[in-house]
Design a protein around this ligand. Structure first.
Ligand code: GTQ
Ligand code: FE2
Length: 332
């Protein structure tokens, strides 16, 4: 039999000979950086143009030009949301895990599974997979925060579930500060770890910053400077099974060594200015900018200022580790 005949016979039966394909290798994705100014301008204009009831959320998504899907990375997504004084973003839940990292404003809160979490600049709030959440701004000023979601990963597994609450606001059933009292400070009630799927939680920036400043030269990582991981209070592990939230500080003029790994990360500049080399590209960043470091690309960070620089980041490393796909190489 001729090879072409065999191929066409197989094709008619929805079969395909392996001699027709090569084992595909991972592709090299270019990094991308979004400047803060056009994003802020878009958010302010959206806050005048779009009513909070018009969209599920008044959020703007960061879309990388280097991906086949409309997303920030192939696993994780960043959007920025703006909520005006007096507004309520209505209650819903989904099995995408989400985080909020506050960029500017204070006095607003997110209600998560019955508890209010008030938000100030630099705070991180967890809305784990399938927790009810609605956002409220009872302050005088608009609030802007970064939303991090594992949506692209959940969509690629085609397992996304979403539900609206039948009323706009959920009931408050817990004291404000209850999660911190129960789950903070490296102590958790035995029952919580077992029975709750995820723990809504707020990591206050003032505590995070204090922890960063309490770390000395011995704690400095050659690739990441002074880095803290936001540990899930119920499990003691990564922030979520799908996402690790991290924050890192570089002293004035600090430079890190280059490495690469199979986890991809999204960075948001909290403070300072510098640049990150990714592959052959230099990403020049300053406060408010957001950028990607795709997987398996050599990268290192440089604080170009004399003052400290702080980066907040999301990474899909927990997924890579859980699937035994994590690898890392040190640069020369
Ligand atoms: O605030 O609940 O940017 O569900 C995307 C999906 C924000 C939210 C986003 C969401 C939310
Ligand atoms: Fe949501």
């Amino acid at each position: 039999m001729k090879l072409e005949e065999l191929d066409s016979q197989l094709e008619k039966n929805q079969l395909s000979g392996f001699w027709r394909t090569r084992v595909p290798s991972h592709t090299t994705e270019l990094p991308y950086l979004w400047k803060w100014e056009p994003l802020l301008d878009g958010l302010l204009k959206a806050s005048e143009t779009i009513g909070i009831d018009q969209a599920e959320r008044r959020a703007i998504r960061l879309v990388s030009p280097h991906l086949p899907i409309k997303s920030t990375s192939h696993t994780l997504q960043i959007t920025f949301s703006i909520v005006n004084p007096g507004e309520v973003a209505k209650a819903h839940r989904h099995n995408m895990a989400a985080i909020r990292f506050v960029v500017q404003g204070k006095g607003a809160y997110t209600a998560v599974d019955g508890e209010k979490f008030f938000m100030e600049e630099g705070d991180l709030v967890l809305t784990p997979n399938w927790t009810w959440h609605d956002h409220h701004n009872e302050s005088e000023d608009p609030i802007i925060w970064l939303d991090g979601l594992d949506g692209p990963l959940i969509q690629s597994l085609n397992v996304l579930f979403f539900e609206d609450l039948e009323k706009p606001e959920q009931e408050i059933t817990r004291q404000t500060g209850e999660s911190l009292a129960r789950m903070g400070f490296a102590r958790t009630p035995k029952q919580d770890a077992v029975h709750r799927r995820g723990t809504p939680f707020r990591y206050a920036f003032k505590d995070t910053y204090k922890a960063l400043k309490a770390m000395g030269p011995a704690d400095r990582d050659p690739y990441d400077g002074t880095l803290l991981r936001y540990i899930n209070p119920a499990t003691g592990g990564y922030t979520y099974p799908t996402m690790s939230c991290e924050i890192q500080l570089f002293n004035g003029k600090e430079t890190t060594q280059s490495h690469r790994h199979t986890s991809a990360a999204l960075y948001h500049v909290v403070r300072g200015q510098g640049r990150t080399k990714v592959g052959d590209s230099y990403l020049e960043w300053r406060k408010g900018d957001t950028f990607t470091v795709p997987l398996w690309q050599w990268h290192n960070h440089e604080n170009l200022g004399n003052d400290e620089a702080i980066l907040f980041s999301l990474s899909d490393r927990p997924v890579m580790e859980a699937l035994q796909l994590y690898r890392e190489e040190a640069g020369s």
